[in-house]
Design a binder for this molecule. Structure first.
Ligand code: ADP
Ligand code: NI
Length: 215
């Protein structure tokens, strides 16, 4: 029964996100799902079914991928209506999705271990080699520069500034990516983040050396 629900959800998400090129494609979702289940297993915590469902659906209602956040919520709601789950499970899945987004650094309080795990898995996919690739893919799609040394790094910002303000993909490392490791909830994810963090630090060092023509 649960296996069938997962399969149904995979088909829905593949159809919805398949063509996206901003870094929110099906492969991102699949990596988040696998990372989340790995963390769940290592930590021996959380309900794996709820975690897998929330991971699969976590980007469906994202305001960036929909006309509005209301339209996004409607899409998720309409899908949940078609699957045989208890209202309690549906509520939990929706609540996880609503609370995990980064949105410029405002920390929402996470209510359940399942939410903590899915958030960690999503954050792990924003750092390391994959995170580097996604940052430039996203930046390219938005028409933002790779780097511009004349633009200042923004320290505190509102959600609006985070989405709209002028920035570059290299700046995004300081505004978000390098901070993520200290925001992880579980020890398993913190461990997984170590190599990924080192990867980004090394990448940035090399980037500036090449920028300055030193290598
Ligand atoms: P969240 O899911 O926390 O809202 P986003 O959806 O904003 O994060 O980001 C999706 C991916 O695009 C992430 O890998 C993120 O690092 C990257 N990204 C988001 N904003 C920018 C930006 N201004 N420049 C470069 N990459 C970005
Ligand atoms: Ni995501």
């Amino acid at each position: 029964m649960k296996k069938h629900i997962i399969e149904q959800t995979e088909v829905f998400v593949r159809n919805e996100l398949g063509e996206d090129a901003t870094g929110h494609d099906w492969f991102h979702v699949d990596r988040v799902r696998r990372n989340a289940l790995h963390i769940c297993k290592e930590e021996k915590a959380g309900d794996p079914f709820i975690i897998e469902m929330a991971a699969l659906l976590h980007d469906i209602s994202d305001e960036k991928l929909n006309e509005s956040s209301e339209k996004g919520e409607e899409k998720l709601e309409n899908f949940l209506r078609t699957i045989p789950l208890t209202d309690e499970d549906k509520k939990h899945i929706k609540q996880i999705i609503a609370t995990i987004s980064f949105k410029g650094g405002q920390n929402t309080i996470l209510l359940t271990i399942e939410a903590e795990i899915v958030q960690d898995a999503d954050r792990l996919d924003a750092i390391g080699a994959i995170g580097i690739a996604r940052a430039f893919a996203y930046g390219g799609k938005k028409g933002q520069s790779i780097y511009d040394p004349s633009i200042a790094v923004r320290q505190e910002m509102t959600v609006e500034e985070y989405r709209k303000g002028k920035s570059t993909s290299i700046h995004h490392f300081y505004e978000k990516l390098l901070k993520l490791k200290d925001l992880l909830n579980t020890e398993t994810a913190q461990k997984m983040a170590e190599n990924r963090q080192q990867m980004m630090v090394t990448f940035l060092e090399q980037f500036y050396q090449e920028w300055d023509g030193q290598v």
